[in-house]
Design a binder for this molecule. Structure first.
Ligand SMILES: Cc1cc2nc3c(=O)[nH]c(=O)nc-3n(C[C@H](O)[C@H](O)[C@H](O)COP(=O)(O)OP(=O)(O)OC[C@H]3O[C@@H](n4cnc5c(N)ncnc54)[C@H](O)[C@@H]3O)c2cc1C
Length: 447
């Protein structure tokens, strides 16, 4: 069987690796080719090692507990390279009213916290008695869900900022069931988020993990394993059928023939590839929106910081009118991310709040990120180093109607046996979801 995987982001690499592993176990011969448009594999996953800094271009970690990710890491013999988030960085902050305020992580902390008014706190504490969504509600927005369960103030202040930080999206347009299915499930199963969290406390807390040398280590090892099966700098322009076989057309004019094609590219990139094959499928894929973000990493001398990096970082309340959605205190999370005497911070700008930010010139992005970070954190010195990664249309937005849109896309794709879709446009936007989607494809191709 010849399989062509289009896109060498982590979803495509996971699919290719799982396919080869399953073929070995099943004792069948599978020829896998991964074709990637960019000059390097990994998509968003890339770690720049520069002057003693380890700078993440995209994801800086993943939640422990996803079997597909842990199996991949184990398979690649990278388990000893796993890095667990440093103790004490569970604390998260919210930038509101120009000040960093600690986000309460327990009812006791809520009582002394200044993130909400007294009325807002009281309403939050009434969560276990909040009403359920009226019968017949379909794909409630995250904001409606949060208002109903946690109250207006918590929804507008805490939830909206956290959602922006996690998804680069807008809580008022995102679908609760599609974007946060686990939280929606907590309400369904326990009738209350607080009750669900108490029930969950019994389990092992899910830590944030990364790898020595950064997340890029995983891509580098996967790429090395694939060897000549991975072709970079080869954008695919179309896929089509001829005589029971798939043809994958490259920008160079070359056609690669396959029995199966795995589209591991974002939906907006997959749409044009299938336009001539199935215009309805192409249209469905084009209807899944995505938000662009810029990641701006800033290095400061540790002595230039007036406050300790005593947490994960902060997210920004909408009303602050900043381009920054959130800032991760990278060098506080994992060891070895900055040389002695320096700290590394990474601001994420843009998203649905400021869609133009991702297109700004690099110098302006650095200037804006530094200005906003320095004001929030009381830094008076200039950044010593800066790195910019622009990701237009990077994060799929599971807006209301997403579940129905995905069902339509899947139904259309099912009309083309041998065509598979994976990646983060459909069932989860996280790194873990991307890895799992690639492994799922391999299970479908080699059951
Ligand atoms: C700044 C940022 C920070 C993030 N932080 C986190 C985090 O901390 N934790 C977390 O869990 N997730 C995070 N994410 C999300 C995470 O990065 C993604 O879920 C994951 O990397 C997506 O992988 P993918 O393979 O689905 O897509 P992509 O990484 O987009 O890969 C798709 C690949 O397809 C290629 N391609 C596109 N079109 C074509 C074509 N026509 N021909 C050939 N190749 C093509 C692209 O060049 C790309 O390499 C972050 C994302 C960003 C942008």
């Amino acid at each position: 069987m010849r399989v062509v995987v289009v896109g060498a982001g982590i979803a495509g690499l996971s699919a290719a690796h799982s396919l080869l592993g399953r073929a070995r176990i099943a004792g069948c011969t599978v020829e896998v080719t991964v074709v990637e448009g960019a000059a390097r594999p990994g998509g968003h996953v890339r770690s720049l090692r520069d002057g003693g800094f380890v700078v993440e271009a995209g994801p800086n970690g993943f939640r422990d507990g996803e079997p597909a990710t842990l199996a991949l890491i184990d398979d690649l013999k990278l388990t000893p390279a796993l890095a667990c988030v440093s103790a004490g960085v569970q604390r998260r902050f919210l930038l509101a009213g120009g000040r960093l305020r600690r986000v309460p992580d327990s009812p006791a902390a809520l009582l002394t916290s200044d993130v909400l008014s007294r009325g807002g706190k009281l309403r939050l504490l009434l969560e276990p008695w909040a009403r359920r969504a009226p019968a017949g509600t379909t794909e409630e927005s995250v904001d409606d869900f949060a208002r109903r369960r946690l109250g207006r103030e918590a929804a507008e202040t805490l939830v909206d900022a956290a959602v922006s930080g996690l998804t680069a999206g807008d809580s008022r347009t995102l679908s609760m069931a599609a974007a946060f299915p686990r939280v929606a499930e907590m309400e369904r199963r326990h009738g209350s988020l607080v009750r669900a969290m108490i029930a969950r406390r019994a389990g092992r807390p899910r830590r944030l993990l990364s790898l020595a040398g950064g997340m890029g280590t995983l891509v580098e090892v996967l790429a090395a394993r694939l060897g000549a099966a991975l072709r970079v700098g080869s954008p695919v322009t179309r896929i089509g059928r001829r005589g029971g076989q798939w043809e994958v057309g490259l920008a160079s004019g070359e056609e690669v023939v396959a029995d199966r094609v795995v589209l591991a590219v974002p939906a907006r990139a997959a749409g044009p590839l299938v336009e001539s094959l199935d215009p309805a499928l192409a249209q469905g894929l084009a209807e899944i929106p995505a938000a662009g973000v810029a990641a701006v990493a800033l290095a400061y001398e540790a002595s230039d910081l007036l406050r300790p990096l005593d947490g994960y970082g902060y997210v920004v309340r909408r009303g602050e009118r900043l381009s920054t959605l959130g800032v991760v205190w990278e060098s506080a999370l994992f060891p070895g991310r900055a040389p002695e005497g320096f700290v590394l911070l990474r601001a994420i700008l843009g998203g649905a709040r400021d869609p133009e930010a991702v297109r700004l010139p690099e110098t302006e992005l650095v200037e804006r990120a530094h200005r906003e970070v320095a004001r929030a954190m009381g830094i008076v010195a200039a950044a010593r180093r800066a790195w910019v990664f622009r990701w237009p249309g990077a994060i799929a937005q599971y807006t209301r109607g997403h579940l129905e849109r995905v069902a339509r896309v899947r139904a259309a794709a099912a009309g083309h046996p041998g065509l598979e879709l994976c990646g983060t446009s459909f069932d989860g936007i996280s790194f873990n979801a991307a890895v799992a989607s690639g492994a799922d494809v391999a299970r479908r191709v080699i059951p």
